[in-house]
Structures are given as structure tokens and as C-alpha cells.
Design a protein around this ligand. Structure first.
Ligand code: ATP
Ligand code: MG
Length: 598
């Protein structure tokens, strides 16, 4: 598989604050903790690796998703940490699919995960080698590891019922009780384990357990199960196996086979670290792996307000059609954020700003939007767009300007980057304005259009409002105004008439009709699944509103996925899927400022 990682712009490389992971890696590099490691070019045990030479990668990290859904913003944090640290310290991050669980995997998920990592700007190539792995390729090694443990007297086949096993595990206050199978000889265990493998035993009739300490204060160390029987077909290995390793057994072995140096995971695995270390130490003693082994480090997972970060719960939204697929712009999936208009740089910036900590907390959603605005503000071209159109008619246009005259107007593509040039559009006798820019009887402090008031049509002329036209229901159908001559923006003396209001507009004769999709939060509660709440109970019924608006004519040329700042309205992206020249569709990414916290 090939990939071409995008480059991270230098502006985001600068001034990275230290964090505990950077400190650990810098320490390991300075004392040469992993300097003697050998790497032959592919994953494998000590016998395999020892035929290689010194590992050219200074550090090896890994990103190990289970391909059971699309990745979300929490995974984006993990990707930025793992791939980011590898890049920063002259190493590589392995892309590893954790598919030891024989549940159905979907190639759609596999592809979406690879896409997400690449889109975020990362890759798994190092030294002309693609480090793309799948854990199920290691089943044979895992089986050997289990056998080695049995031979060393460190594992046994337990045939208690699951219920007995549960009862005998004890709890926080009381030690567990040894299984009657615990004292079986290594030979007996080997024979029975082979029978498990060859399919002689039914599901749940036996398990292989590590033999550690049934009185250990950490319950994970009370002879944890390392293999179970499951007569199911695995999507990669087919019917070759009917026993499958438990995650806690498989993961350290995967790391060791791939010569991972720093195995970074979320805090919920902290209690598993003693077993991770115990297991790799036993396997080093058995000669299976080189020393020193990989080490596990835990960081706080990302919790973002108003957002679900669980593939399982997001899958439910998709399956129950509460959203329009995994890449619905309301979804916190990387695919959804991308379609909404988030940029890889904004997500990297967000990950860098929230940093890496060792205690769980909630990050306010506005932090993500601020990173987005900081990234988009200098990039996004400006555009004039009217989202709730009302027609304004300049009654003296024809007499002043000539019948049907269209006056060329210019506006900067970006107000702070003159080198990006100008946008061109024209003003005629009729323009679309925002409905909210006219008030028949103005409220206090309203400086825009009302009878007798003057405003500037941005980049155009000053006009004076003379009234409006209403239909039989009393609804305003047209605003009327007169043009004040010699006030065109950018012409000498144009500011001789002082106005307090400037409004955006689009010429009726050239307005481009666009579909605009406006989004609100998907949930009405900041912590949608807190305390066991069903997140569906707080789904926001107004999370999507589709409207028709008018834009200046050049917007039609925008490529799909292109980002804009619609003046006064916020940031918008041409929808990656539905936008085309003949029917332009824009997603609102976010407003110009935080609309939620004030
Ligand atoms: P989910 O429950 O959403 O499936 P998971 O942790 O089971 O999440 P994996 O596919 O196993 O998902 O995750 C791959 C990597 O991403 C893991 O190393 C995991 O620690 C990390 N990760 C998952 N969720 C978050 C999160 N919210 N914040 C930071 N990292 C996360
Ligand atoms: Mg999972």
C-alpha cells in the first residue's frame, strides 16, 4: 500500500511545549535505552530480529485501531501524538490494525482509517518500508508465546466454568481462590492447550490463564485469561484458528514483535501495565524477545463537550439513520469533520494546544473551533453571500446611472493579503440584502436600513432607505432606497457621506443560487453519554437546517472542499460530496466568533 503524507506547514512546527511523553522519549534517547535494538526489516521475535542490524529508527511507536468503525476526534488526538512524536524524534509510527478479535471487520472501515491518517498529514513509511501491519498476522507467534509460558510454568489451562472463575476471582477487598487446575503439570497443560487449538473443545469450556498471583491487589494480575476458544471464522485467518488471544495478551506481543519502543495508550489501560511488563519479562526470559522490552505509557483520552467519542455509539447513530452516514458533517468522525470543512492543520493545532496530560478532563468544543478559525482566517478567501435574502430596489438607479447599467465593483480576496488579488462583481438597480438588515421601525441602536437612514452597500455606494413594499399579509417583499451619487467605495470623496452601517449584498442580476447547510450541535447536553444517559435522549432536532442563499458570481468556480469566509456569516466549505458547479452546496463550518459561550 502506498501513501503520500502531506507536509505540516512550518508555522505549526514551531514552539512545541514539552510534555511528559516528550520528556520520556528525550530521556530514553539521551541514555540510549533502545540503542542496541536490532531490526531486520519486518516484525518478528528475537531469533528473527537478531539477524538484522542496528535499528535506523530512533523510536518506534504505533497506532493500533480496531477496524470496527470510523475514527473520531479522539483518535485524531492519538494519531497526532503517535505519528507526531515519531516524526519529531527521527522514528516511525507503525499503522497496525488490531484485528485479533474475530468479530466481523469491514474493509470500508479499514480504508476509512487509512484515509483518515493520511489526510491528517501522516504516513507509515520509513526507510523505504511501509509499516502497515495487522495483528492477526501474529497469531502463530502468540501461540508460541503461550506455549513458552506453559513450558516455563507460567500458564495453565483452566476448565472451571466461567461462573466458577468469576466467583473465584475475589474482589477489591478479598483475594481470589486458586483454581483446582492451577497445579496441573506443564505437560498436561501443553496437551490440553493443543487440544484447545485443534478444535476438540467447545466454546467456553476452557481458557488458558497466566499463572501469576490470585491474591494480587491488582485484579488484572489474578491469573488473567490469555486465550479463549471461539469457533468462528476470522476475516483474515479464516478457519485456521478456533482459539483467540485476549487483547491484554496480544497487545504487548504485537508491540514486542514490531520492536515498538514507546507504546502509548489511554489511561484506562494503566491497570494493565503490570501485566504488560510481567508478560514481556517472562518472554524475554524464555528467549523469545530482546531486552529491553517496549514500555507502555498512558495519557488522558480526549473528551470533548457535546460530542460522543466512542465508535460503538457513533455506529448506532449511523445504523439508526440519526445522521446521514459516518461522514455526516455533524459527526465527530475524522471523515465528518473533513466534510464539514475542518482542515488537517486545524486538527493538528488543536491536538497540540490541548497537549498531553495524565488526568481525564473535558475540553470545551470551542477550543476546536478556535483552532479552526486560527487556521482558516489567513487561508480562506472572502465572499459576499446573502443567506436570508430580501430584495432591495434602488429607485433612482436608472435615472442616475442609465437604464440597465451595471457598475463594476471590486473587493479583496483577503483583506490582509493584497497579493491574492481582487474579486469582481457588479451592482445594478436590484440587490439581495439580508432580511435582518431592514427594520421598518428601528429598535434602539439599529444602524442599518430603515426609512430615512443611510448605509453603505459594502464595496459599493451609499444609499438612503426610503421605505418598503409589503404584500397583503403585511410581509415585507422589497426594500426601497435611493443612491447617493459619488459615494462609490475607493473613489475620491466617497467617504464624504458618513454612515454608521455597512451591509453586504449580492446583485440580483448575477446572484448565484446556493444551498447552504447550517449545523448546530448534534446533542443538547454537554456530556451526552455521562452517567449512563442514552445520548439519543438529547439529540438536537435542529442540528441541520438547509437554506437557499445567494452568493457573488465567482463562487461558482469553487472546487469541492474549498473553504471560504462568507463575510459577516462565518466559515463555509464547498461540500466534498454534493457540491458541483451546477448545484453549489456549502457547509457552515463555524461562525466568525464563538456563538455558544456568550
Ligand atoms: P472506541 O471505543 O471509540 O472504539 P477505542 O479506544 O476502542 O475507542 P481503538 O480503535 O482501539 O478505539 O483506538 C485506537 C487508538 O486510539 C488507541 O490507542 C486508543 O487509546 C486511541 N483512542 C481512542 N479513543 C480516544 C480518545 N477519545 N482520546 C484519545 N485517544 C483515543
Ligand atoms: Mg475498541
Amino acid at each position: 500500500m502506498t501513501n503520500s503524507p502531506a507536509t505540516i506547514p512550518p508555522s505549526h512546527e514551531a514552539a512545541r511545549p514539552s510534555n511528559f511523553l516528550r520528556q520520556i522519549i528525550e530521556h530514553d534517547l539521551s541514555v540510549g535505552t533502545y540503542a542496541t535494538r536490532k531490526w531486520v526489516g519486518t516484525p518478528g521475535d528475537a531469533t528473527h530480529q537478531n539477524t538484522g542490524s542496528a535499528d535506523p529508527a530512533k523510536v518506534r511507536l504505533r497506532f493500533p485501531p480496531e477496524p470496527n468503525g470510523y475514527l473520531h476526534i479522539g483518535h485524531a488526538k492519538s494519531i497526532c501524538i503517535n505519528f507526531g512524536l515519531a516524526k519529531e524524534y527521527g522514528g516511525v509510527c507503525h499503522m497496525r490494525f488490531d484485528d485479533t478479535n474475530p468479530e466481523k471487520e469491514d474493509t470500508e472501515y479499514v480504508n476509512s482509517i487509512l484515509d483518515a491518517v493520511k489526510w491528517l498529514g501522516f504516513g507509515w513509511e520509513f526507510n523505504n518500508t511501509q509499516h502497515l501491519y495487522q495483528a492477526s498476522d501474529y497469531f502463530e507467534y502468540m501461540y508460541s508465546a503461550a506455549t513458552a509460558l506453559i513450558k516455563a510454568g507460567c500458564a495453565y489451562v483452566d476448565e472451571q466454568t466461567p461462573e466458577q472463575m468469576r466467583l473465584n476471582r475475589g474482589d477489591f477487598g478479598s483475594p481470589g481462590i486458586n483454581s483446582p487446575f492451577r497445579s496441573q503439570s506443564a505437560d498436561q497443560n501443553l496437551k490440553r492447550f493443543n487440544e484447545m487449538r485443534s478444535g476438540l473443545l467447545p466454546d467456553a469450556s476452557a481458557v488458558l490463564r497466566a499463572k501469576i498471583d490470585m491474591a494480587h491487589p491488582n485484579i488484572n494480575m489474578r491469573d488473567p485469561v490469555i486465550y479463549r476458544i471461539r469457533h468462528v471464522t476470522h476475516h483474515h485467518t479464516g478457519n485456521k484458528w478456533c482459539i483467540y488471544p485476549m487483547y491484554t495478551f496480544a497487545h504487548p506481543i504485537e508491540d514486542a514483535l514490531e520492536q515498538i519502543t514507546h507504546s502509548i495508550c489511554t489511561l484506562e489501560f494503566e491497570d494493565q501495565r503490570p501485566f504488560y511488563d510481567w508478560l514481556l519479562q517472562r518472554l524475554i526470559e524464555a528467549g523469545m524477545f530482546q531486552s529491553p522490552p517496549p514500555r507502555q505509557y498512558e495519557f488522558a483520552r480526549l473528551n470533548l463537550t457535546y460530542v460522543l467519542t466512542s465508535k460503538r455509539k457513533l455506529k448506532q447513530l449511523v445504523d439508526e439513520k440519526r445522521v446521514n452516514g459516518w461522514d455526516d458533517p455533524r459527526m465527530p468522525t475524522i471523515a465528518g469533520l473533513r466534510r464539514r470543512g475542518y482542515t488537517p492543520e486545524s486538527l493538528q493545532l488543536f491536538a497540540e494546544r490541548i497537549g498531553v496530560t495524565k488526568s481525564d478532563s473535558w475540553i470545551d468544543y470551542s477550543t476546536l473551533e478556535i483552532a479552526l478559525r486560527d487556521d482558516l482566517d489567513p487561508k480562506a478567501a472572502r465572499a459576499s453571500v446573502v443567506l436570508d435574502p430580501l430584495k432591495l430596489r434602488i429607485t433612482n438607479w436608472d435615472s442616475l446611472m442609465g437604464e440597465g447599467h451595471l457598475e463594476p465593483c471590486k473587493a479583496p480576496v483577503h483583506p490582509h493579503q493584497p497579493e491574492r488579488g481582487l474579486r469582481n462583481f457588479k451592482m445594478g438597480s436590484e440587490v439581495w440584502i439580508e432580511r435582518a438588515d431592514y427594520q421598518d421601525t428601528p429598535v434602539k441602536g439599529f444602524f442599518r436600513l430603515f426609512p430615512g437612514n443611510k448605509v453603505r452597500l459594502k464595496y459599493g455606494f451609499v444609499i438612503e432607505c426610503t421605505g418598503c413594499v409589503k404584500n397583503s399579509d403585511g410581509e415585507i417583499t422589497e426594500v426601497l432606497a435611493t443612491l447617493i451619487p459619488n459615494t462609490k467605495s475607493g473613489t475620491p470623496g466617497s467617504d464624504s457621506v458618513k454612515v454608521k452601517g455597512v451591509i453586504t449584498w449580492v446583485g440580483v442580476h448575477e446572484a448565484l443560487s446556493i444551498e447552504v447547510r447550517l449545523y448546530e450541535r448534534l446533542f443538547t447536553e454537554a456530556h451526552p453519554d455521562a452517567g449512563g444517559r442514552d445520548p439519543l435522549s438529547c439529540l438536537n432536532p435542529n442540528s441541520l437546517r438547509i437554506i437557499k442563499g445567494f452568493s457573488e458570481p465567482d463562487l461558482i468556480k469553487s472546487g469541492s472542499d474549498e473553504k471560504f469566509q462568507f463575510e459577516r456569516h462565518g466559515y463555509f466549505a464547498a461540500d466534498r460530496v454534493d457540491h458541483c458547479v451546477n448545484s453549489p452546496v456549502f457547509n457552515k463550518i463555524t461562525g466568525l466568533k464563538d456563538q455558544w459561550n456568550n
